[in-house]
Design a protein around this ligand. Structure first.
Ligand code: ATR
Length: 308
């Protein structure tokens, strides 16, 4: 397990990072951050690209987030990734953010430009690449059922689906009001002449079996954005009998082995993939933002798979 640095190490000027060999110029901020797999594949990428810098974990509690972000230029950092629960704070701390970051309300990648902080979110574009790689299809051509549209991950995915104007999007959430508010925001992206049959392009439902069955009959891809299923002992998020062989199922959870949801989906003959590919691609996109060149994807994949 690699060392975890503190927000104070950064706020104090960051000398500790410059003294490392090679110096730390990139990192991941989070609370907790110990579990992050990003250093595994980002350090492999830096080495393969011949960049004399390393990527470290920095434990940043929410109350120190803004000061830690602002300390990045003086500490000589190129940028950082941001994980839970700091993605909204990161958006509030940057000087400029791209459209997807603004619409999703969160930043997972910061780039330092002089004294300025630029904010991006590579989660949605990372998911898009992961879906293409896993299932050989584009998100925009799919009818998507999104489980857990009420959290940060669900919102980010829903916004990506809207920006891609995918064929259909069904927001499934336990707390209906949250999904309804999100749907109202995304509705303009789904208002078009595009005909996909007699069924609405954007819908909101709860976790009721009948409603799910009806929606899954008009769906291609199911995405789980809840953390339910991380433990094999978790109750199923949706009844296993609802899965059919024509479905693709993507679980953003990346546990060792298959999640309960993927087990159930695979048993029904559906095509399945776990969130490892999204993790990999969001990281590769961050690398591309920092260095303005393609990421050594296969090196990163190998480092991730060897340690998963
Ligand atoms: P965040 O991603 O912002 O940390 P979260 O509280 O972890 O948010 O919740 C993520 C999503 O998982 C939400 O959509 C949440 O549903 P609610 O909006 O109704 O809270 C969903 N979720 C969490 N536990 C769930 C469960 N047992 N069954 C169904 N959905 C669940």
């Amino acid at each position: 397990m690699s060392e975890v640095y503190s927000a104070d190490d950064l706020i104090g000027g960051g000398e500790i990072f410059s003294r490392l060999e090679p110096p730390a110029r990139l990192g991941v901020f989070g609370d907790p951050v110990e579990h992050s797999k990003s250093p595994l594949f980002q350090n492999a990428a830096l080495k393969a690209a011949g960049v004399k810098a390393q990527y470290v974990k920095i434990h940043v509690p929410r109350e120190k987030a803004s000061a830690a972000f602002r300390a990045l230029p003086d500490a000589g950092f190129i940028g950082t990734n941001v994980t839970l629960p700091l993605k909204a704070e990161a958006l509030a701390s940057v000087d400029e953010a791209d459209e997807y970051a603004r619409r999703s309300g969160s930043v997972n990648t910061l780039a330092v430009q002089g004294e300025k902080l630029l904010g991006f979110n590579t989660d949605g574009p990372g998911l898009m690449r992961a879906i293409r790689e896993e299932f050989f299809v584009d998100l925009r051509d799919l009818r998507v059922v999104l489980l857990g549209a009420g959290g940060g991950a669900g919102r980010a995915i829903a916004v990506q689906c809207a920006m891609e104007s995918c064929e259909r999007l069904v927001l499934v959430n336990r707390t209906l009001d949250k999904a309804r508010a999100l749907a109202a925001e995304l509705a303009p992206s789904f208002r078009s002449d595009r005909l996909v049959g007699p069924i609405e392009r954007l819908q909101v439902i709860g976790f009721e079996e009948d409603a799910l069955r009806e929606q899954l009959a008009h769906a291609d891809l199911v995405i789980n954005a809840t953390s339910v299923g991380m433990q094999r002992t978790d109750a199923p998020l949706i009844p296993p009998s609802l899965f059919t062989p024509n479905l693709m199922v993507y679980d953003t959870v990346y546990a060792a082995g298959r999640s309960r949801l993927l087990e159930d989906a695979a048993a029904a003959g559906a095509r399945c993939a776990s969130g490892l590919s999204m993790l990999l691609h969001q990281g590769a996109l961050s690398f591309e933002i920092w260095f303005n060149r393609p990421a050594p994807l296969e090196v990163m994949r190998k480092a991730l798979l060897e340690n998963s």
